[in-house]
Design a protein. Sequence first.
Lengths: 118, 116
Amino acid sequence: AQTVTQSQPEMSVQEAETVTLSCTYDTSENNYYLFWYKQPPSRQMILVIRQEAYKQQNATENRFSVNFQKAAKSFSLKISDSQLGDTAMYFCAFMRRVWGGSNYKLTFGKGTLLTVNP
Amino acid sequence: ETGVTQTPRHLVMGMTNKKSLKCEQHLGHNAMYWYKQSAKKPLELMFVYNFKEQTENNSVPSRFSPECPNSSHLFLHLHTLQPEDSALYLCASSRDPGGSGGDEQFFGPGTRLTVL
């Protein structure tokens, strides 16, 4: 079974500083996708960044970037120049095809609550 | 309305009540999902619908009954729930779960359910 582990239940960072959230996963698959989702206090979950396992280049989206280490099964999220609006629960998620099925399955970690302090 | 909407946003029900949660997506997607989010636990996938057909039931108790009349609407019918079913229920949609893969799932705001 695929598992996703986020070892930091809570983190805090000062505004304008950089913070890194860690995520590890366990799989025997070779082709899969990895995501970071953000859930602000209003509860609407939104996608932050997406990485295809077959791509060696780390994904970046403005202030958000990942460090994808396939051999180590590690997928950390770096947030640069942190802003107050970045305060949220961050979920790491792993997606793989369900063998014999017609869809892809998304498995989430427990999340990291990030607080950005002024 | 845009994106994925869910009603009601909050629901309090007794264990003998019957209620329904509604989800609607305005994105033209073909796949819809129900997730359960409990405190300090990972999101749990409950059901997947692909082109209105249920393609996954993740061992969910029968007191939860999904319905997908078309690709834009998804319901979760609730009856004789238990207090441990209290949670945030999230609906999501994606373009096509059986396609090239890696499709982003778009989430609704959720229904906060409390079972007394």
